[in-house]
Design a protein around this ligand. Structure first.
Ligand code: 5AD
Ligand code: SF4
Length: 374
């Protein structure tokens, strides 16, 4: 019996699939080389943009033929996209050959859903869930080990679906995180530890007593061994001076920071509910560069947020030039059902979004070329 997992979206999902893989192997399944060889196919989905969801629907639809050839094949769809009831229902109704549709919070119980398939199709969407500390990971990312430090997000940026599908912020205990990292390093295979969370800088605020992200970083660096430590993703509103200090001082922490700005215009940042201004963002960059002149700084940008004018888009370009990022990801704004921005007047035309995204990519190439020549 073999399993195959198809993962969409961010590193958190890649890591979540490492847990699904370990559940499949505990059930006696072995990893298949390709989906055609599998007896159990799992889609771990992403909801961040419409494109990611459409790819899932296309790929799930394509399994109809496989299921016809092998009726015993079990097909499961889980993750952020199916956490939304409308999408879960759509999949149940459109693809009768899909056996299991579950949301993000049901995934620790994956084994039970597979076992119950004998009695019929399964669909369940829990609304919230605790972080699972029991199921191990089948690590699949070479010499990098992902370590989840928290789940969920409290920020409600107006364009973002994450708080709706991952729930509120919940931090793992520092003790459990340190224990996991010690065990990972004891295996001797890993040279890099990457801490994961939607907003790692607010780590520990919900713990009693609270623990700061800076303290967590310091304590991890005390663990013996030769390893590099990095983390994602940071929110500019929460990246405090003490965190910048720790990154600068601790040799084990890689001097790289992914700090999504999203826009360079204050009116748009406000509409996005990002809780910082262009000036505040530049101030943080200045602090990082002062403490670590060679730090690698990368960012995310969204173009075509509702009502974004040409002039406001130019502010994003000028911010990118001013900072001279070491890499950027540029996305066309994608309305997500249930978010505040999807209801805003002044949605921007797709063609305009496409042109703006291309302009950012051209600018990005120019910056990287100049950096190489300098
Ligand atoms: N449309 C486009 N991009 C988005 N992102 C998040 N939500 C959306 C959306 N609705 C981008 C942000 C974030 C990255 C992971 O995805 O830039 O930092
Ligand atoms: Fe989404 Fe904003 Fe939370 Fe990031 S901080 S996951 S963009 S709501």
């Amino acid at each position: 019996m073999k399993y195959f997992i198809v993962t969409y979206g961010c590193q958190m999902n890649v890591h979540e699939s490492e847990k699904l893989a370990s559940i499949c192997e505990k059930m006696g399944y072995e990893l298949a080389e390709k989906r055609e060889d599998a007896d159990l196919i799992v889609f771990n989905t992403c909801a961040i943009r419409e494109g990611a969801e459409e790819r899932v629907f296309g790929n799930v639809g394509a399994l109809k033929k496989l299921k016809k050839k092998k009726p015993s094949l079990i097909i499961a769809v889980c993750g952020c996209s199916t956490q939304k009831e409308s999408t879960a229902n759509y999949i149940m109704n459109t693809f009768p050959f899909v056996d299991i549709v579950i949301g993000t919070f049901n995934m620790p119980n994956f084994e039970a859903y597979v076992n119950a398939v004998k009695t019929g199709r399964q669909m369940e969407l829990l609304k919230e869930g605790e972080i699972d500390e029991q199921i191990p990971y089948k690590r699949t990312s070479g010499d990098n080990a992902w370590v989840n430090i928290m789940q969920g997000c409290n920020n409600f940026c107006t364009y973002c679906i994450v708080p709706y599908v991952k729930g509120r912020e919940k931090s793992r205990s520092e003790e459990n995180i340190l224990k996991e990292i010690r065990e990972v390093l004891a295996e001797g295979k890993y040279k890099k530890i990457t801490l994961l969370g939607q907003n790692v800088n607010s780590y520990g605020k919900d713990l009693v007593p609270s623990v700061s992200f800076a303290k967590l970083l310091k304590d991890i660096c005390q663990i013996e061994g030769n390893f590099g430590l990095t983390f994602m993703t940071s929110h500019p509103k929460d990246l405090t001076d003490d965190v910048i200090d720790v990154i600068a001082k601790e040799d084990k922490i890689l001097k790289e920071i992914h700090l999504p700005a999203q826009s360079g215009n204050n009116r748009i940042l406000k509409l996005m509910n990002r809780k910082y201004t262009r000036e505040k963002y530049l101030d943080i960059i200045y602090k990082i560069r002062t403490a670590m002149p060679n730090a690698r700084i990368t960012s995310d940008f969204i173009v075509g947020f509702p009502t974004e004018t040409e002039k406001e888009f130019e502010d994003t370009k000028s911010l990118i030039e001013e900072v001279g990022f070491d890499g950027i990801f540029a996305f066309m704004y994608s309305p997500r059902e249930g978010t505040v921005a999807s209801q805003m007047e002044g949605q921007v035309d797709d063609l305009v979004k496409k042109r703006r995204v291309n302009e950012l990519l051209t600018l990005e190439k120019k910056i990287q070329k100049n950096k190489k020549n300098n």
